[in-house]
Design a protein. Structure first.
Length: 258
C-alpha cells in the first residue's frame, strides 16, 4: 500500500503533486486526467493508481504493472500560460527526470532510449506517454503518464524490450514514496528550465542516450529505415543520417540497434 502521509512528508515541491489524487484502480491514469467528467483542472495535479486495468504506452501498446508494486501516475499540466516550444520536449524532459531520479536515489546507472524509455543496461525500467488536448493549433492540456517498475520481482515474456525493476537491480525493496517525491521535485525544476532554456534540456538529455552515433533501425508505421543516429534537434526530434548520407528528421518511431 502506498503511504500517502509518508509521501506528503517527503514532498518538497511548490505545486507539482500538491493536488494528489490516489486511486486503488483505474483503467488508465492518463484517461482519468483527460476525461473532463473528472474535472482535473489544477495545474500540477498528480493522479496515482495502484493498478491500471487498461494501462498503455505509445501506439496503444499494453502497459502491464503488478498491483501495489510500482509507480503508475500522471502529471497534469495546464499549458495555456506556459511556453513549451514543442510537445516532444516534454517526453525528453520526463524521461530525463526519471533517469536522474533513479540515479540520484539509488546510484544505478541509467540511460534513455528515444523518444520516451528509460533503461538500466539493456532492460526497460520506465516509460513515458504524453497525451494532449488542443484548442485550435495550440495544446492547452497535457497528461504526462509515467510508469516505473519499482518493486516488481518478475515479468511475463513477450516484451519488445526486456523489462527490469529497481528492486531486481538492487536486490532489495525500494520506497515508492521517496522515489515519487524525488521525481516530482526534479520534474518541477526541469519544467521551469524547459520553459526558460529549452536547449538546456536537449543538452542534458544527450549524455544519457547511449545510441547516439550508432547504426539504428527505426520502424515508423509501415516504414523501416536504417541509418546513423546523428543527433536530436532543438525540438527533440531524431536526426538520422541515411545510407546516402542525407539527414532525415524523425518525429516518431521505434528505435532498435542495427
Amino acid at each position: 500500500m502506498f503511504e500517502i502521509e509518508e509521501f506528503d512528508i517527503k514532498l518538497e515541491t511548490e505545486y507539482i503533486g500538491r493536488n494528489f489524487i490516489y486511486l486503488e484502480e483505474t483503467e488508465s491514469t492518463n484517461s482519468f486526467v483527460l476525461d473532463r467528467a473528472n474535472e482535473i483542472k489544477t495545474d500540477g495535479t498528480v493522479v496515482f493508481s495502484e493498478f491500471q486495468s487498461a494501462g498503455r504506452g505509445r501506439l496503444y501498446r499494453k502497459w502491464v504493472s503488478s498491483r501495489g508494486q510500482n509507480l503508475t501516475f500522471t502529471i497534469f499540466l495546464d499549458l495555456k500560460d506556459r511556453n513549451i516550444p514543442d510537445p516532444q520536449l516534454l517526453n525528453l524532459a520526463a524521461s530525463l527526470v526519471v533517469a536522474k531520479s533513479i540515479e540520484n536515489l539509488h546510484m544505478i546507472k541509467t540511460s534513455v532510449k528515444w523518444p520516451n524509455d528509460v533503461l538500466i543496461g539493456t532492460r526497460k525500467v520506465a516509460g513515458i506517454l504524453c497525451e494532449s488536448v488542443s484548442q485550435g493549433d495550440k495544446m492547452n492540456r497535457v497528461a504526462i503518464g509515467i510508469g516505473i517498475n519499482v518493486n516488481q520481482a518478475n515479468f511475463h515474456s513477450g516484451y519488445l524490450v526486456d523489462p527490469t525493476s529497481i528492486r531486481m537491480e538492487l536486490k532489495q525493496y525500494v520506497s515508492r514514496e521517496k522515489l515519487l517525491a524525488e521525481l516530482l521535485l526534479n520534474f518541477e525544476d526541469t519544467l521551469e528550465k524547459l520553459e526558460r532554456f529549452p536547449a538546456a534540456i536537449v543538452e542534458e538529455w544527450r549524455p544519457f542516450c547511449k545510441m547516439l552515433g550508432d547504426k539504428i533501425n527505426i520502424k515508423a508505421g509501415e516504414e523501416e529505415i536504417t541509418g546513423i543516429f546523428a543527433d536530436i534537434n532543438e525540438k527533440g526530434h531524431l536526426i538520422l543520417l541515411d545510407s546516402n548520407e542525407d539527414k532525415r528528421i524523425i518525429t516518431f518511431g521505434d528505435v532498435s540497434a542495427s
